[in-house]
Design a binder for this molecule. Structure first.
Ligand code: HMG
Length: 445
């Protein structure tokens, strides 16, 4: 059967669905029905969603939840989270509640500088470029003024332009490395527009400047694009309390001192072993990505940057740190986060807009703090489980519903299973056996 097509993008949405189900599904009618059943009942809302991407067939649903009780910089938040993995929202909520009575989270934005690059080849003298760089910089700023004027009014714009000679790494390779302040927007479109303008100014400058006469063939602009690695757009989230205040109450699996010792060791291991560091940081991004997604931000950019930052000294390491000094426990996370609370999807996606409203319509720096605190909370909850009960106890407790759904349990069976497993370890096998047993008993009645 023919599975390729020309002009697919021009088909209507129902025709796209029809073509796909007929080519790729065993039961086209049922696949078509299911895809269409997830269309939004409100045509206007569906039109907005379809506008975000291309060749849309349907909507892909993810749970949207909330982690209440987050005390960050003295203010209470209920943090919106979009995530498919069970126990993540519970873990964030549990850590938020735990730190609520221990002083809460502190978040501090260290800097908000974003970066972009114009990559180019220059076969002429390096010295000539350097000598005329001051003039070039003035021209770059002037030519891009129509793009930067509004951002400057908001307090942002182009912060600096550097000329980098990278010809020791790649023949004739140079770079304009540009830093930006983009205020409450993530700024990707702004940065890319300015950089493309810089690329064309660079070409014109070399064509027109008398010192470069006849040298225009020696210059080639390769590309102009923002960098998703923004190590100077960074926030620190932290928690701190006396060691003895870490006691969880009656039924504690271990003393606060023993807990802190194991917890600090677990963080240390994530600093020295990249295999553990990747899992440790994945736990941090469980929280980070969920809020980034809920607020309509770019989680690929955030992940790429976070992981690059985790490997900044040449080895991939934990993004969080722990210290125990003078009887005080400190746990903190330094995270580069390029985010927006205006522009992009943030105000277009209806649930992203509601997420921001739920957070009190923060500016980008405040959102950086909320997201870093959620990442730290997630990391704290995971490590607390790992060094005390083990992760499976809590994770599988939350995963029980997925197993029951997978085994097509009825509502009554689900209720009975939740009750049965309240004090037992959940596993797929144990749930299957429980259902088999209760179905046999039911059959006997
Ligand atoms: P628990 O002690 O059984 O919870 O912990 P609880 O029933 O005593 O409830 C305490 C609080 O937890 C609740 O307070 C909630 O805040 C929250 P309350 O609302 O009652 O006032 N909570 C819930 N919130 C929403 N829905 C629920 C729920 N249950 C509790 N159903 C818990 C259970 C899962 C919280 C705990 O075991 C935990 O934090 N586990 C860690 C889970 C985790 O990290 N999951 C991520 C997936 S594993 C992973 O991908 C990352 C990892 O590999 C990273 C790494 O290795 O570092 C682990």
């Amino acid at each position: 059967m023919k599975k390729t097509i020309s002009g697919f993008s021009k088909l209507s949405k129902p025709d796209k669905v029809r073509w796909v189900v007929e080519q790729f599904f065993q039961d086209p009618e049922s696949a078509e029905g299911e895809l269409i059943s997830f269309w939004h009942r409100d045509e206007e809302q569906q039109r907005i969603l379809d506008g975000f991407s291309e060749n849309t067939l349907s909507n892909y649903y993810l749970p949207f939840g909330v982690a209440p009780n987050f005390l960050i910089n003295g203010r209470i938040y209920a943090v919106p989270m979009a995530i498919e993995e069970s126990s993540v929202v519970a873990a964030a909520s549990s850590a938020a509640k735990y730190w609520l009575s221990r002083g809460g989270f502190r978040a501090e934005v260290i800097s908000t500088k974003k970066l972009g690059q114009v990559h180019f080849s220059w076969k002429g003298e390096a010295q000539k470029l350097r000598r005329h760089f001051g003039e070039l910089e003035a021209r770059l700023r002037l030519d891009a003024a129509h793009l930067t004027a509004n951002m400057e009014q908001r307090g942002g714009g182009v912060l600096g332009i550097e000329l980098l000679d990278m010809s020791h790494l790649e023949p004739d390779y140079y770079q304009l490395k540009v830093s930006f302040e983009t205020c409450d927007s993530m700024g990707a479109n702004f940065i890319n527009s300015v950089l493309e303008e810089f690329g064309s100014t660079l070409r014109i400058f070399v064509q027109e400047h008398p010192a470069f006469e006849g040298a225009e063939q020696q210059l080639e602009v390769i590309m102009a694009i923002l960098s998703n690695y923004t190590p100077e757009c960074i926030v620190r989230a932290s928690v701190e309390c006396p060691v003895e205040a870490l006691a969880m109450g009656p039924g504690d699996p271990m003393s606060p001192e023993e807990f802190v010792r194991k917890f600090a060791k677990a963080v240390r291991i994530a600093h020295i072993d990249p295999h553990r560091a990747a899992t440790h940081n994945k736990g941090i991004f469980n929280g980070v990505d969920a809020v980034v997604l809920a607020t309509g931000n770019d989680f690929r950019a955030v992940e790429a940057c976070g992981h690059a930052y985790a490997a900044r000294d040449g080895q991939y390491r934990s993004l969080s740190h722990c210290a125990v000094e003078d009887g005080r426990f400190r746990f903190w996370l330094d995270l580069p986060l390029a985010l927006g609370t205006v522009g992009g999807l943030t105000r277009l996606h209806p649930i992203a807009r509601r997420s921001l409203e739920l957070l009190g319509n923060p500016g980008a720096p405040e959102l950086m703090g909320i997201i870093a605190a959620t990442g730290l909370a997630q990391n704290f909850a995971a490590l607390r489980s790992l060094v005390t009960t083990g992760i499976q106890k809590g994770h599988m407790k939350m995963h029980l519903m997925n197993i029951l759904n997978h085994l097509e349990a009825t509502e009554k069976e689900c209720r009975e299973a939740v009750e049965h497993f309240r004090d037992k370890v959940v596993s797929y096998k144990a749930v299957r056996e429980f259902l088999a047993m209760s179905r046999t008993e039911e059959g006997k009645k």
